[in-house]
Design a protein around this ligand. Structure first.
Ligand SMILES: O=C(O)CCC(=O)C(=O)O
Ligand SMILES: [Fe+2]
Ligand SMILES: [Zn+2]
Length: 743
């Protein structure tokens, strides 16, 4: 090839590349306008928006500013938390122009990953003021409370190698090291043996610090108990309230070593992230001690303000607003000083107080523990998922009638003639959404499958881990609110694998699971919002769960920053704090643990309603429902029109029906459960509780609520499938998977 031809080929290639970059840049501008309201300028200015260069992409301030600084002197660099873009303003337009030429379409290495930057000029930079969120009431943070020398002295006072004979539960907890002095805090009963002081009292080295605390009126009486926690990077402590009956009001926590971010969560869903710098003292009193939970999410990076002089990434020239950076966690050691309480607690927060009234939902007589093996897991699910759904099926079905728009959208996108499996189909509300597809449902609950059959849908009883359908027989699968009922990670993965097995190559699966995070984009979910409202459309605050809500959007307090979206790391199980026993969730409050029991208050009276409405007979609901839900309208059908089961139709002609598992709970039906209940159900005595004051039986369903990123990570473990998209929908995490063509 002669030189001119070669040059032409290179020029063509280059122009092709340029066109590609231009196309992508335009797309990025379009997205910025559409989703963020940021309009780009057609002509050069001093300011640029850097798409993909945001903290939300895992780009740190240091990495981005290093690249930008090479093009000229910066005036400001603004990085909003969680956003996938940054704004840069140069001192001169020429530098901005240079950055545009050299960095647009270029890859930036960020740790192990790289991102491609797209730069566009902007006329003005949105310098959204950080919302200054107050700290929880009663919380005080005192920076530089101890000197560097005192810090070293205190750290040296802890001998991690020695073990105290008299300490039963003093051990390296799964996710951090712990040592107790004065009294042992026992993680098996969440309390202290008040009559059994430890041989080792609070170390002498702590006394000057404690005296200072008393002198400064941070605490009235000298503490007599110390818990030292040591966290390596990536470790944390689950959200909890220190047991009221164990300790007096004030709790002091001294942070030594690396800084961390502690999250405070109010039962109404508010989350405040507080940066705890090394050598600072956190004083928790009143509401912040009694009502808000505190916890440290296990992660390796936190998002912290760059203006914090503690931060190694401190860059004072760049202004202070939105100057956040990723901070890599190091080892942190905390000294938590508390005073043992000898009388019952009489705080003003009875809902969170173990000394005062019982919690709103009675616990099962003997709450189960998280399973440690496959057999235990199967037993737990049998008792706390399958039996419950069979017992509450009718009432449950009456509350589950509005198909979700985004699920409908997925179903409506399937070409006519597609084969669809709804694994964990519940009462079958999605089976008629797209009448052009061949839909079959399965559910572990025979009672729910009977309801499907009653409506004229094809459904059979089956365990979601072993669906009696041929491999690669389905164009699409849906699993709506099912996988969160599996009690081990292995079983959740097995459920994903089973969906993938059913798919044809190129087939797609839609998965919904309930989210740990019930606040998203600064909005609390309906699930949380309706906690005090008795709304005709929704279950009451103390009642059953619609599974609708959202991701925590931690508010930045003056002293705080939101943490980064580090890769998902499982939350340390609350077991370390409550020892083993699953806790009973209070409906319509924020979650404070990932594995829990969710109460279902069974309502009586179905029969009466049916008699009144005169719609007790059997009816083919499929046509009616298809009519109403075809297209993308997703209209609800009335729960009072659900036929009463007066027979036992064979739910699954042609299929093996003696399988077990994967019951269905709807994701976000927020409709009021109609007073419908099949009173002839049987139930396990360990699940159902009746008390004199509340004759309505309460059942408990096991859930594993997913943290952001966890579902993607789970699906990522299954080879031969891609996560095509993932999103948050009404308090659920959702993914669409696509099976590889080659499989
Ligand atoms: O590490 C901390 O600062 C808090 C420890 C804590 O909350 C506890 O031990 O109860
Ligand atoms: Fe605590
Ligand atoms: Zn209390």
């Amino acid at each position: 090839m002669d030189a001119s031809v070669k040059n032409n080929v290179i020029a063509v290639r280059r122009s092709k590349e340029d066109k590609k970059v231009l196309r992508k840049q335009l797309k990025a501008s379009h997205t910025l306008l559409k989703h963020e309201g940021i309009s780009t300028a057609p002509q050069p200015t001093k300011s640029l928006v850097v798409a993909n260069g945001g903290l939300g992409n895992g780009v740190s301030r240091e990495e981005l500013s290093a690249a930008l600084n090479e093009m000229g002197e910066l005036e400001t660099l603004i990085m909003h938390p969680h956003k996938p873009y940054a704004f840069v303003t140069y001192r001169s337009e020429e530098s901005a122009w240079k950055a545009h030429i050299h960095l647009n379409g270029k890859k930036l290495q960020c740790g192990e990953n790289s991102v491609t930057l797209y730069l566009s000029y902007v006329d003005s930079v949105t310098c959204e003021k950080e919302e200054s969120v107050p700290l929880p009431e009663g919380l005080v943070l005192v920076e530089n409370f101890v000197s560097l020398e005192e810090e070293a002295l205190l750290l040296a006072a802890i001998d991690w190698l020695s073990t105290n004979e008299d300490v039963t539960a003093q051990k390296a907890l799964k996710h951090r090291r712990v040592k107790h002095y004065g009294f042992e805090f026992r993680y098996d009963n969440n309390n202290v043996d008040k009559d059994k002081p430890l041989a080792a009292g609070i170390p002498q080295e702590c006394l000057p610090v404690l005296e200072q605390c008393v002198k400064n009126k941070h605490i009235d009486i000298m503490p007599d108990q110390l818990t030292v926690n040591q966290y390596e990077s990536g470790q944390g402590i689950p959200p909890h309230v220190d047991t009221h009956s164990a300790f007096e009001d004030t709790i002091l926590s001294l942070s030594l070593g690396a800084k961390t971010v502690m999250e405070f969560r109010h039962p109404d869903g508010r989350v405040v992230a507080v940066v705890l710098p090394g050598r600072s003292l956190l004083v928790m009193k009143g509401e912040s001690r009694y009502l808000w939970t505190h916890g440290i999410t296990p992660r390796k990076f936190d998002m912290v303000p760059v203006c914090d002089p503690q931060s190694p990434a401190h860059t004072p020239d760049l202004g202070t607003r939105s100057n956040l950076t990723l901070y890599k966690r190091g080892t942190r050691t905390s000294f938590t000083f508390r005073k043992i309480r000898h009388e019952p607690c009489r705080c003003a927060f009875p809902s969170a107080c173990d000394s005062q009234v019982a919690p709103s939902a009675p616990s099962p007589p003997s709450p189960p523990s998280l399973p440690c093996c496959h057999a235990d897991a199967a037993l737990l699910e049998e008792e706390y998922v399958h039996r419950v759904y069979d017992a509450i099926a009718s009432h449950f079905s009456g509350t589950r009638h509005s198909p979700w728009p985004r699920v409908c959208h997925f179903l409506s996108s399937l070409p006519p003639g597609s084969v669809l499996a709804d694994v964990g189909c519940g009462n079958g509300k999605y089976l008629g959404v797209n009448p052009e597809v061949i839909a079959v449902g399965c559910d572990r609950s025979i009672a729910l499958v009977q309801i499907c059959a009653q409506r004229g849908f094809q459904a059979f009883v089956s365990d979601a881990l072993s669906v009696p359908l041929r491999t690669a027989s389905c164009d699409a699968c849906i699993s709506i609110a099912v996988i969160h009922h599996f009690s081990t990670q292995e079983r959740r993965l097995a459920a994903v694998k089973e969906l993938v097995r059913l798919l044809k190559p190129g087939g797609r699966a839609l998965i919904y699971v309930w989210a740990f995070e019930q606040e998203y984009n600064q909005q609390r979910s309906k699930y949380l919002k309706d906690q005090n409202k008795v709304h005709p459309e929704y279950p009451s605050a103390t009642e059953n769960t619609p599974e609708g809500s959202q991701e925590p959007h931690e508010k930045l307090s003056i002293h705080s920053s939101r943490h980064s979206e580090d890769n998902y790391r499982p939350v340390e199980n609350i077991q370390d704090v409550t020892d083993g026993k699953l806790s009973v969730h209070t409906n319509r409050t924020a979650f404070n643990t990932q594995d829990l029991l969710v109460p279902w208050h069974l309502k009586e009276g179905k029969k009466r309603v049916e008699e009144k409405s005169g719609e007790g007979g059997k009816k083919d609901k499929r046509k009616e429902m298809s009519k109403k839900t075809s297209g993308n309208t997703c209209s609800a059908y009335s729960s009072s029109s659900i036929a009463k089961l007066d027979g036992n139709p064979d739910p699954s002609p042609g299929f093996d029906s003696n399988m077990s598992s994967g019951s269905h709970l709807d994701t976000s039906d927020v409709s009021k459960p109609s007073p419908s209940c099949d009173t002839s159900q049987t139930s396990s005595s360990t699940l159902k509780l009746e008390s004199e004051s509340s004759p309505a039986p309460v059942y408990h369903r096991y859930y594993h609520v997913f943290q952001q990123g966890e579902l993607e990570q789970l699906c990522g473990q299954e080879a031969g499938v891609n996560v095509q998209s993932s999103y948050h929908d009404q308090g659920n995490w959702c993914v669409i998977l696509e099976k590889d063509m080659g499989r």
